[in-house]
Design a protein around this ligand. Sequence first.
Ligand code: NAP
Length: 289
Amino acid sequence: MPTPQHETVVVDGLALAQDLRKQMAEEIGRLQNAGRRAPCLAVVLVGDDPASASYIKGKRRACTRIGMDSREHDLPGTASEAEILDVVTSLNADDGVDGILVQLPLPKGVDANRVAAAVDPAKDVDGLSPTNAGLLFQDEPGLYACTPLGIMEILDRYEVPLEGAHAVVIGRSQIVGKPVSMLLLRRNATVTLCHSRTRDLAAVCRSADVLVAAAGVPRMVAPDWVRPGAAVIDVGVSEVDGELVGDVDFEGVRGIASLVTPHRRGVGPMTITMLLRNTLDAYRRRTGA
Ligand code: NAP
């Protein structure tokens, strides 16, 4: 049977991100013209993982471009959990710091949950502290994880209907799968959260109106996993033969889905933008600006 053809909208996450960053830059400009200091994001990098260093460089560049201050605290890969916690404690106490981000992954032997729990929830712009995770669970305002916020922003800007829709999320991590499931549920989607033990994942995905792929498995979402007309959000980033690829067979899914995010200029730019927005929100709440 021939596959039904759909006009597929390809999300331009970069354009959306630039639009939101321009608005934030204008707001920071207004605050500074009124004599206030700029918001400040502190990033903690432990070790010399090149991917982490590159992510941090991108985050700091994004801060600078919108007039936000950023500070970097580098620790050697041999740093103990106690040393990392000391840095977090001093940033918590620093009144000039609005947002704290501890770049993951942390070295072996360091408990990432304990480090996340040490970050002052008012400065926890990654949304990983138990307090902010709990606020999300309770449908209360808080600082939520950046990638899920970016995904919701894309779905809203592209007017993807969520009320009563079946949303299938692949991946149950604390930074993507679980929080995006909560945000989709909050919007009255019926959410199925899948993971590596899910039986017949392809069939579950085929029943999705909205499919969020966040497993980190290159091109796992094949065209026959996608219901014609579904909206497909590709979060995955993997390196295959020196090339970055997503979790979705983008070319195969084009023409079947109603909307798809490309693995470049898709979710990635929105994740950083939501980090900036969380930092600005944290600054506003802390300073009353
Ligand atoms: P993670 O912590 O490794 O979690 C991966 C999740 O996917 C786990 O829940 C795992 O299931 C599930 N999974 C793995 N293989 C699977 C399979 N074959 N079938 C079904 N489920 C499977 O990863 P993460 O931090 O959430 O990140 C996921 C991907 O998104 C990665 O590629 C990461 O690089 C990317 N990412 C991108 C952005 C962005 O801004 N674009 C931001 C964050 C992450 P189990 O729990 O059963 O092991």
